[in-house]
Ligand binder design. Structure first.
Ligand SMILES: *[C@@H]1O[C@H](CO)[C@@H](O)[C@H](O)[C@H]1NC(C)=O
Ligand SMILES: *[C@@H]1O[C@H](CO)[C@@H](O)[C@H](O)[C@H]1NC(C)=O
Ligand SMILES: *[C@@H]1O[C@H](CO)[C@@H](O)[C@H](O)[C@H]1NC(C)=O
Ligand SMILES: *[C@@H]1O[C@H](CO)[C@@H](O)[C@H](O)[C@H]1NC(C)=O
Ligand SMILES: *[C@@H]1O[C@H](CO)[C@@H](O)[C@H](O)[C@H]1NC(C)=O
Length: 164
């Protein structure tokens, strides 16, 4: 699975979008390729960090492995290692999260150090230790032009336990 991170990211992206579609009637951004770096000149008006939190060793759905959703978990977006929470969301009944942050217009938003953080323990999930924090880096799924500027759609990847 770790052999080809971009293929796995693509798999997660499709899965997340499928989960999002089935749990909401919203129109999804057009799916494109996955750039690894955000162009320096991209002015971002909104950041959306999407994903599915599952009770598995990776914290994400794994193909052909039972991957029960983690429901009602608080997901924090932070770009300084978890010290400052910029936005947060709670996972829905499908484990889907959508952490949305409106960025002050005209600011360059540097996502290099941005990640998602979830406090342990998770309700009804004993895969992880009872203490600590789950952290996942974010991949750039797509950049969509919006009314007020670009919408940067990020996707959560593999969670690891930190700060135990
Ligand atoms: C962003 O800017 C830095 C220095 O200004 C440069 O080294 C880097 O290649 C640029 N990255 C992109 C994706 O344009
Ligand atoms: C984004 O942040 C990283 C790490 O702090 C830094 O190395 C990089 O130069 C920054 N990029 C821009 C475009 O400011
Ligand atoms: C945890 O499991 C119990 C028993 O199955 C269920 O009633 C409860 O809704 C679950 N809570 C969450 C947050 O999934
Ligand atoms: C995420 O939330 C934003 C803001 O509410 C919304 O515009 C967007 O459609 C949502 N994305 C998904 C995939 O549900
Ligand atoms: C998430 O943010 C809340 C504040 O809204 C904070 O109490 C909690 O400790 C944060 N958790 C993590 C893992 O960053």
């Amino acid at each position: 699975m770790a052999k080809n991170p971009s293929a796995y990211l693509l798999f997660l992206a499709i899965l997340v979008l499928a989960t999002a579609t089935s749990s909401s009637a919203q129109i999804l951004p057009p799916f494109s390729t996955l750039p690894s770096v955000l162009p320096n000149s991209t002015i971002v008006a909104q950041v959306q960090a999407l994903g599915v939190l599952s009770c598995t060793v990776t914290g994400t759905p794994i193909p052909f492995v039972p991957s029960p959703p983690v429901v009602g978990a608080l997901v924090n977006l932070s770009c300084d290692g978890g010290r400052t929470t910029l936005a947060q969301a709670v996972t829905n009944t499908a484990g889907f999260y959508n952490v949305t942050l409106n960025v002050v217009q005209g600011l360059l938003f540097n996502t290099t150090d941005c990640a998602l953080f979830v406090d342990l323990p998770l309700v009804n999930c004993t895969v992880f230790p009872p203490r600590g924090v789950l952290r996942t880096p974010l991949g750039v799924l797509t950049i969509v032009p919006g009314l007020l500027g670009n919408i940067l759609v990020l996707i959560g990847q593999i969670f690891s336990v930190i700060g135990v």
